[in-house]
Design a protein around this ligand. Structure first.
Ligand SMILES: [Zn+2]
Ligand SMILES: [Zn+2]
Length: 338
């Protein structure tokens, strides 16, 4: 069944790809004299369509639910629009560019290099021939391995100061909605894509499967960020990350600081948080954001930026400030020792 869903989707996207290509893209390329890029553009169009379909599906399902059962009521939707921009940039541009023009060629050449050196893939799918070689079982194993890595990647984003400054772009949204999943510093996006691509390469995931794995994770992450009062029940909450569970991760004073280390870092599965003692199943709706955005008596609130460029620039400034203060601290200690 799983296989037939994927292949039906694939033929639908391929049909759209050919139609759009013949009617729109090719005449345009011809007009502007760029027919040299003919084949690449045709292939890249596939992922552009996947991206558009993903965004439209997510909007069609989640937006009515946000209107029906909002977790938070807002006076206006100011500040949400920048997340829409992030979504289109990431879903159409960055991921596409990355997968298609960088990841796949790099993947192919690295794989042949590994073969030449006689280094085999881990071939997790061959652990138990007959069982783990079943496509659905192989797929689930890949999902677990990548999600386990995702848990630790996310936890370290909160633990390592410089990295946190990049991730803070994601957490500075005080109106979390179905668009907030892609609100990430682009540098962090690239780091993350490289990290997961490397793991996929080591465990032997095919590029085509990798794209499906990423698409599923992305869709689930859009659900988690939606402004919907929704949990998956006692058992469901302990298996899959729900909007209630992830909202707790964004809650001021809980997700980042929590009981000194933060909580609910799971990306797709919440049981990693149970296993590594970082789970909070408290469903109380708390304001989302970063504590220092609120300010304190005598301390000005920290501004993380309103627009896309400002948010990126301010992250670099915060990283610069951290490095400077670290250096000042180091030289201060040095002189004290002398
Ligand atoms: Zn986080
Ligand atoms: Zn989030």
């Amino acid at each position: 069944m799983f296989h037939s869903i994927v292949s039906n989707l694939d033929s639908f996207v391929s049909w759209l790809q050919t139609m759009l290509y013949v009617d729109v893209v090719q005449p345009f390329l011809f007009k502007v004299g760029m027919m040299d890029y003919d084949e690449d553009t045709y292939d890249a169009l596939y992922w552009v369509i996947v991206g558009v379909l993903e965004v439209l599906t997510m909007y069609a399902i989640l937006r009515p639910l946000e209107a029906l059962r909002p977790a938070e009521e807002w006076k206006d939707r100011k500040g949400v629009r920048v997340d829409v921009l992030y979504t289109w940039i990431v879903k159409l541009g960055i991921l596409n560019l990355f997968f298609f023009f960088t990841f796949q060629p790099l993947f192919d050449s690295l794989q042949s290099w590994l073969r030449l050196q006689g280094i085999p893939n881990l071939e997790i799918d061959n652990l138990w021939p007959g069982v783990t070689t079943q496509p659905i079982v192989t797929f689930l194993i890949y999902l677990f391995v990548l999600d386990f890595a995702g848990y630790w990647y996310h936890r370290l984003e909160h633990r390592i100061g410089i990295w946190w400054e990049l991730h803070a772009v994601h957490h500075s949204q005080q109106k979390m909605s179905l668009w907030s999943d892609d609100r990430n510093h682009l540098l962090d996006d690239i780091l993350q894509a490289g990290f997961f691509a490397a793991i996929a390469l080591v465990i032997g995931v095919e590029p085509a499967q990798f794209v499906v794995l990423v698409a599923i994770t992305n869709l689930m992450q859009s659900v988690q960020h939606a402004n919907i009062r929704l949990h998956f029940g006692w058992l469901g909450e302990r298996i899959i990350v729900s909007p209630a569970f992830h909202r707790r991760h964004h809650a001021i004073g809980y997700g980042h600081e929590g009981t000194t280390y933060g909580c609910n870092f799971g990306v797709l599965f919440s049981f990693w948080d149970i296993l590594f003692r970082s789970a909070s199943f408290n469903r109380t709706v708390e304001p989302t954001g970063i504590r220092d955005q609120l300010g304190a008596p005598g301390i000005k609130p920290v501004h993380y930026g309103d627009g896309f460029f400002e948010q990126h620039w301010l992250a670099f400034r915060r990283i610069g400030a951290r490095l400077m203060s670290r250096r000042a601290g180091a030289s201060g200690n040095g002189s004290a020792a002398v």
